[in-house]
Design a protein. Sequence first.
Length: 146
Amino acid sequence: MCPRASGWERALTVSDDTIGSLRSSYEALCRTGEWPDDGLLASNFELRQDRFVEATTLPRGSDAPGELLRRLSAAFQDISFEVERLVEAPHGEVVVIVRTRALGRGSGIAVDKRQAHVWRFADGKATRMTVYGQAPEALEAVGLAE
């Protein structure tokens, strides 16, 4: 079961429909472990990792989250996601703080990681998501301090 995010902070720069679509997409991710094909992502959607990961290896387009999840599934099993908090930044970005848990396929080592996704939108479609390894870095990147 996927719990709803306990925190939601609004700056009122992103439409309610867009926020609702993003929330629904994460609910589907939590429930199924897959990113839904629900029309939220623009055809030119860009997926970026924080500065410690080589950007050239990342997928592009509306299937980018699905491809990233397939790559994760190759290395990990029993992957689960829990949205802890959503924050709308003053300039229209949305920060989603996510806790990811998994077991290494080869090692069996448990992973329990809190990270953040910074979303950018245009005309009601997601155009970019940047994954940050630490939530404070993501909040700082959009002009918010935790």
